[in-house]
Design a protein around this ligand. Sequence first.
Ligand SMILES: Cc1ncc(COP(=O)(O)O)c(C=O)c1O
Length: 474
Amino acid sequence: MVLDDTAAPTAIHVNAAPTVDNLIEEHERRFVARQPNSRALHARARSSLAGGVTSSWQITRPQPVFIARGHGSRILDVDGNEYVDFHGGYGAGLAGHAHPAIVEAVTRQVRLGTHFAQPSEDAVVVAELLAHRFGLPLWRFTNSGTEATMDAVHLMRAVTGRELIVKIEGCYHGHHDSVQVSVTPGEDEDLGDAGHPIGRAASSGIPEAITSLTLVATFNDLQSVVRLLDENSGQIAGMIVEPIMMNAGIVHPDAGYLEGLRSLLRQHDALLCFDEVKTGLTVGPGGATRLLGVTPDIVCLAKSLGGGLITGAVGATDELMAHVASGDYEMVGTFNGNPLSMAATRAVLEEVATDGGYERIAALRARIEAPLGASIERHGLPAHLVSIGAKGCVTFASSPVRNYREFLRVDDRFNHLHWLAQHNRGVFLPPWGKTEQWMLSVQHDEGDVDRFVDNFEQFAAAVGDTLRAGSNLG
Ligand SMILES: Cc1ncc(COP(=O)(O)O)c(C=O)c1O
């Protein structure tokens, strides 16, 4: 079992100092050399799986990594390379792998039957626990974050009888039509004024007729929402927003921003939905909702909620959920509240996402923050660390990023190099560079975190050299 490749990188002789692009090239070469079986599997998979992967975001540069198994805080690829898992399955990994409580709950339920399409007692317990944690009384379950935000958008429209919704430029809420607008618009597109973004379809296959019902505002800019509410008076059903933006690194809300949104929307009889699919149980036991003290009309959860099993949830006020209970809005799904998922989710809430679990994660986060900050300073990187709960990222900008337009200016090559450098030394960060965050689980330990920190110091030293040599621009 090989945890890392600590051999000194091959010396690069490109004039004097290597550039960031040279370092990327070198690390990609080592990455591919370490993973011949992944390469072969990907080549084979191309003739049966579109693109050779099961979700388009598994297509990573230089090649996808096929995983054989996971245990605790570690995962093992098909080449026998072991990694400390900081990827966390794109934010689903709060429990870590094969957590004893999840294994026990799922094993028990498998023997009792895995699907009835009828409610179970576990579903009631989970709903009660979520109501307590998030301060919203009534819940329903879905099978993904996409389904959760889709139901939330439908519900906002059903309750208000209005068709327009507002979303934030640069926020991802899943892949249903209404939210596939201005997710990662590029600088080459006409994005409109920063205070009044133009909505852009985020993918092919999204009809203009639907895109036009989604209006786009700027994170941390209340005026951009005021403008939309005034221009479309009486027509906006509600707004969906990540309370802490987590598909642009991590962008915190300014003080008063979320409260401001809530009161603005109320003034216009429009609803507020927090997409906590990522923040959910990862920033704290009651998500950003409890942490930041602003309760919206609707909360969406998924990812870490199911302890690695497939589930999502929508919580809302009595008033809103009365429309679901009465059948005015039918929130349905064959696998909603599936007993296997509910058993795992109950175990997460009762035995994983506990006070002890969060204390452990806070201690590990603190063990990362100080040394990473010191490395950034020591090597003069134009970067800063943003972390909260189990999540963290290094944003390669000298000052905090407050919205998508600022995020767009961040040079992605530093994050890609960081991903490669950690990978080649036994730490698996989420791919997709600057957009993603690392993720701690309740099963990580000090040794895991120290490996990540040591790798970062080596990466920072190499990048610092390129900067001092003035060669970072490739
Ligand atoms: C904030 C947010 N909302 C919704 C989703 C969609 O969740 P899923 O991939 O489970 O459909 C994601 C997925 O990354 C997300 O980050």
